[in-house]
Design a protein around this ligand. Structure first.
Ligand SMILES: [Fe+2]
Length: 174
């Protein structure tokens, strides 16, 4: 779950383990990949924890009909659809395989996987900066916060509980 209380945070790495080099990481686009539960019917695989700018990049998988709570982005979002069909309730377009989405900063939206999507949606998102979950769609107030740090904590917790190698996540921190 996104965080609801704030303190100073860091990536938790010793300075000698911080890395500025480029990296490649492999995601699994199959159903049995190392998916991290994120919301009802929605999972993510982390690609990058950008703790320098506060953002993150993830591969998101959502079942038809699943949705994320309405949230506000303080920065830009870029999305690329690999599979399935999805939309935001606040827009009239529907994205399908091959669709690239650019979202300016300052947008509140509700991501929904289309009920009639013939397969789970797979979307790669690059999120600049944090996002704020809202308590309602219209004129909503703060409900919870998410950014590169909270995503790192969420995925570390899941990896530990699932017996996965948590150190693999450190390789994705920049
Ligand atoms: Fe969003």
């Amino acid at each position: 779950m996104p965080i609801t209380a704030f303190n100073s945070v860091s990536d938790g790495l010793e300075p000698s383990r911080r890395n500025r080099d480029h990296f490649i990481t492999n995601t699994s686009i199959d159903d049995d990949g190392p998916w991290v539960p994120y919301a009802e019917g929605v999972w993510i695989q982390p690609c990058c924890f950008d703790v320098t700018s506060g953002g993150f990049s993830v591969l998101l998988r959502g079942l038809p009909g699943a949705q994320l709570g309405v949230h506000y982005h303080v920065g830009t979002v870029r999305g690329y659809t690999l599979r399935g069909r999805w939309r935001y309730l606040e827009h009239d377009w529907v994205a399908g395989p091959g669709a690239f989405i650019y979202e300016p900063a300052g947008e509140a939206h509700t991501l929904v996987i289309a009920d009639d999507s013939s397969e789970p949606a797979l979307i790669f998102f690059v999120v600049e900066g944090g996002l704020i979950y809202l308590d309602r769609a219209e004129g909503g107030g703060f409900a919870a916060y998410e950014d590169g740090f909270s995503m790192l904590e969420l995925t570390r917790n899941h990896y530990q509980q699932a017996g996965l190698d948590v150190r693999q996540l450190d390789l994705l921190i920049r």
